[in-house]
Design a protein around this ligand. Structure first.
Ligand SMILES: *[C@@H]1O[C@H](CO)[C@@H](O)[C@H](O)[C@H]1NC(C)=O
Ligand SMILES: *[C@@H]1O[C@H](CO)[C@@H](O)[C@H](O)[C@H]1NC(C)=O
Ligand SMILES: *[C@@H]1O[C@H](CO)[C@@H](O)[C@H](O)[C@H]1NC(C)=O
Ligand SMILES: *[C@@H]1O[C@H](CO)[C@@H](O)[C@H](O)[C@H]1NC(C)=O
Ligand SMILES: *[C@@H]1O[C@H](CO)[C@@H](O)[C@H](O)[C@H]1NC(C)=O
Length: 344
């Protein structure tokens, strides 16, 4: 009961906060949505209602990931763009020549990027964005989507940097050494699983990996040296196996781990993690009322917004921290072409 009272005190309502959406802007053979505006913002209203949109020039095509800091927004697309978060003026644009960036992290005055197609990670100094390091991976010879390296994301946790590589079936590890990334011992994962994203528990002691191709979540305990020890895993499809599924996004809130399913089932599935054993217990699975939920966002006061890329919609739900259940808000579905990522 004490915990609940504290929650009420600590949760700050998101009403009035702006949410930013990155969208695909071109016809792409793997996107069924309508080309969208690139960079759009909405103000969050009561009960998940979104305001009239404001569109900005993103400075890049197909911004698939947005990272906001106090002063700056970074958009990752064919190039990486820094925009003033106040007036959305483009401050600088970087092109490392290794294909589109799909995910960004900030670390100690540097920006880190994962390049899916080019099989690379890059590091930039800030203000203006200046390329300082490129690491290209040429150590993969599989088939299909695993015929070459495909880093899907990059995360910094302390001085440890982790890169889930969908093509390599590895979580690549790096250690930050003053100004450069140094390769460390990779975390090997199940063949054919296709690691896509990670989500760290706030304690820093656990990390949850989302496997796009095997539709699984795995929990790992984080060791003092930054290495990861596998603990447990669960299928995001629970008891509805299908060959037409790819896991999308993952997020941790308290002891809950949320992930999206894309394909025949378009849903957000919730598990509760046991923070002693890493075991994941199924809690709920909720239809996102659209197609291909590539990303979703959870506000501190329990509003879950889902970007359904292929049905051109953003749909809002309440997420209950008490029981891990999702329920639709009364808000209307918001229409925007090919939404790819959401951030505050
Ligand atoms: C960002 O925009 C604000 C408002 O126009 C301005 O005051 C600030 O100087 C700008 N920052 C940069 C880095 O250009
Ligand atoms: C960090 O870089 C310095 C200079 O290149 C090198 O001497 C040192 O061994 C590196 N540290 C680690 C932990 O690799
Ligand atoms: C996979 O699911 C999507 C719905 O998200 C559907 O549009 C598509 O036709 C399905 N593909 C196959 C091969 O069944
Ligand atoms: C976590 O798992 C352990 C071992 O099965 C069990 O004793 C404990 O009660 C679980 N914790 C929670 C919060 O469920
Ligand atoms: C929701 O959509 C309906 C039908 O288009 C419209 O009449 C209603 O005003 C909308 N509600 C809000 C809060 O915008």
């Amino acid at each position: 009961m004490v915990t609940k009272a504290l929650l009420v005190v600590w949760l700050s309502p998101a009403v009035g906060v702006r949410m930013y959406v990155g969208t695909f802007t071109e016809e792409l053979n793997w996107v069924d949505g309508t080309p969208g505006p690139g960079l759009r913002s909405y103000e969050l209203g009561e009960d998940g209602e979104l305001s009239e949109p404001i569109d900005y020039e993103a400075g890049t095509s197909n911004p698939a990931w947005l990272l906001t800091t106090e002063t700056t927004m970074y958009a990752a697309g064919e190039t990486i763009v820094a925009l003033n978060r106040s007036d959305f003026e483009i401050l600088s644009i970087a092109d490392a020549g290794v294909g589109s960036a799909v995910h960004l992290s900030e670390y100690d005055n540097y920006l880190l990027a994962a390049h899916y197609g080019g099989g690379a990670v890059t590091v930039y100094a800030l203000d203006p964005l200046t390329l300082v390091q490129t690491i290209i991976f040429d150590d993969v010879q599989g088939t299909g989507r695993q015929s070459s390296a495909h880093p899907h994301a990059i995360y910094a946790s302390g001085d440890d940097v982790y890169v889930p590589d969908l093509g390599a079936d590895k979580i690549r590890r790096f250690v930050w050494n003053t100004t450069v990334l140094e390769q460390s011992e990779d975390v090997e994962v199940a063949a054919g699983s296709g690691p896509r994203h990670l989500a760290f528990h706030s304690s820093g002691e656990w990390v949850f990996a989302l496997f796009e191709l095997s539709n699984e979540i795995a929990s790992y305990s984080v060791n003092f040296d930054g290495s990861l020890s596998y603990a447990s895993s669960a299928s995001t499809l629970v008891d509805q196996p299908s060959d037409n599924q790819t896991a999308g996004a993952i997020y941790v809130s308290g002891t809950y781990v949320l992930a999206s399913n894309r394909g025949d089932h378009n849903s957000v599935v919730v598990f509760e993690a046991n923070l002693t054993t890493g075991a994941l217990a199924f809690v709920s699975d909720t239809d996102t009322e659209g197609l291909t939920p590539r990303d979703f966002l959870l506000t501190e006061d329990g509003l879950l917004l889902v970007a359904n890329q292929d049905s051109d919609t953003i749909v809002s739900f309440y997420f209950s921290e008490e029981d891990g259940l999702l329920s639709r808000t009364p808000a209307n579905v918001t229409v925007v072409g090919s939404p790819a990522c959401l951030t505050l």
